[in-house]
Write a protein that binds this ligand. Structure first.
Ligand SMILES: [Zn+2]
Length: 465
């Protein structure tokens, strides 16, 4: 804990206030219990709306303290949940891998409902562009560890449960040790190697896995490796090509969509932990936000031939530790933005260099190959938007733009107008330059690092997204 003297005093003061409130609440509960002859708790305001808790196993044989009875009373009032469900939950431990868009609501609800031990794994820091969906974090934590931020939020909601901070990326080297300490795992990550790794780890250690995903305006959810349900590898024995794997940072996501899926993940984990209801095993929930549709589809059962959980599989802890998930999926565990290098140096210029050429008044055309909806967010002055996907069919537009530029600048000693290509991060622009060279635009040059470099090296006020 990092705290100075002022903080410590404030905390001590808060502890005293809470103790006073606790004693008051215990007193009130005792009074109420006398009034109703020993039944756990009768709520004062909305009791008419809720069915009364069964009196059979009420009383103090359940191990819940008076404070717990009061805190969780609305759950205890559910006949299908009751004291049994609550004490199961209080004895359970749940690990949430990822304190992002899915993990945020999952963690808040799990802390609130009284999971005994709640583990949080994440290696990342809170950023401003997380805030629209990662609702557990607040602006005050920008730049600080997500685990620290999430743990503080959980403790603020429920100081009576054990919150464990794992400020590291989950890897084959630490996954067994961390996952082993928990009963249930929630996969709230957003990358393919983590999905395979977490699923394999859960199979090796025999843990149920509540897996969720959200992208754009759609989400999905299922429970793997639980009462006969498949593991992730049963469904996807070979990873999809990397081009098929999209991420929120590239494709976008509406914040409430992972919010919905994260809540459902918490719900499934609570059902498993408290042993109530029917878990989403062997079925997958598909959520389509735009049409407001939720579909549940049956998925195949455990595959006999699965390399990890199949009948003859012998996937050991050692094999897990030695397995290279990044190589297997051809994508990194902690993804950094892709940095392609497709072009020779002599056809690439830095954003700074481009700026100097603009200032000098060089005759040129700047083609921005990002999709149109990206272009609408922000663009450089006088750039021509031709998305990479339609570049080949729009070459005449480039030819006429070049001619126009040459005409405007008059006959000069230079060989004609230059052609520069830019995109968001400098990958698609290289692909575009390759194509342009092939199609005869041999003078096309790439602006290294795209608009992100422009924002970093030339204009700090240029918005990045
Ligand atoms: Zn399997």
């Amino acid at each position: 804990m990092e705290s100075n003297g002022g903080d410590a005093f404030r905390i001590l003061e808060e502890i005293e206030t809470l103790k006073a409130a606790k004693s008051d609440i215990e007193h009130r509960i005792a009074n109420l219990q006398v009034q109703i002859g020993g039944v756990a708790v009768e709520e004062m305001t909305d009791s008419i709306l809720c069915p009364p808790i069964s009196t059979n196993d009420a009383g103090f044989g359940h191990g819940l303290s008076p404070e717990m009875v009061y805190r969780y009373s609305r759950q205890l009032l559910l006949p299908s949940f009751g004291v049994k469900g609550q004490s199961n939950l209080l004895k359970s431990s749940i690990l949430v891998v990822g304190a992002g868009g899915l993990g945020s609501p999952a963690l808040l609800y799990l802390a609130a409902c009284g999971v005994g031990r709640l583990g949080i794994v994440d290696h990342d820091d809170v950023e401003l562009n997380n805030m629209h969906r990662q609702i557990i974090h607040t602006e005050a934590y920008i730049g600080q560890s997500k685990v620290k931020s999430a743990a503080a939020a959980c403790r603020a909601i429920n100081s009576t449960i054990d919150i464990v901070e794992h400020r590291e990326a989950l890897r084959t080297s630490n996954a067994l040790e961390i996952v082993r300490k928990y009963d249930i795992v929630i996969d709230a990550t957003d990358n393919l190697p983590s999905r395979y790794m977490i699923s394999d780890c859960c199979v090796v250690l025999g843990k149920p896995l509540v897996s969720g995903a959200a992208l754009g305006l759609e989400g999905q959810l299922t429970v793997y490796n639980h009462i006969g349900s498949p593991c992730y590898r049963c469904l996807f024995p070979t990873p999809p090509p990397t081009s098929a794997c999209q991420r929120c940072s590239d494709s976008g996501v509406l914040g409430v969509v992972p919010g919905v899926i994260g809540c459902l993940q918490a719900l499934e984990a609570i059902k498993i932990a408290s042993a109530i209801g029917e878990p989403l095993s062997g079925r997958m929930l598909l959520f389509d936000a735009l049409s407001a549709r939720i579909r549940i589809v049956k998925i195949r059962g455990r595959s006999l031939h699965c390399e990890v959980c199949g009948e003859n599989a012998a996937f050991t802890e050692q094999m897990f530790q030695d397995f290279d998930y990044e190589k297997f999926t051809q994508s990194p565990l902690t993804p950094l933005p892709l940095k392609l290098k497709l072009l020779p140096e002599n056809v690439r210029i830095s954003a700074k260099e481009y700026k100097e050429r603009v200032v000098k008044g060089e005759a040129h055309v700047l083609v921005d190959v990002r999709p149109e909806h990206h272009f609408k967010i922000v663009s450089l002055p006088k750039s021509l938007n031709i998305p990479l996907s339609s570049l080949e069919g729009k070459l005449p537009e480039i030819s006429s733009a070049l001619k126009e530029e040459e005409k405007c600048n008059g006959p000069t000693s230079s060989p004609g107008a230059s052609l520069y290509v830019i995109c968001r991060r400098g990958n698609d622009s290289q692909r575009a330059v390759q194509l342009l060279h092939k199609m005869g635009f041999t003078s096309a040059q790439d602006i290294i690092g795209g608009l992100e470099s422009w924002a970093r090296d030339v204009d700090p006020n240029f918005p990045i997204y």
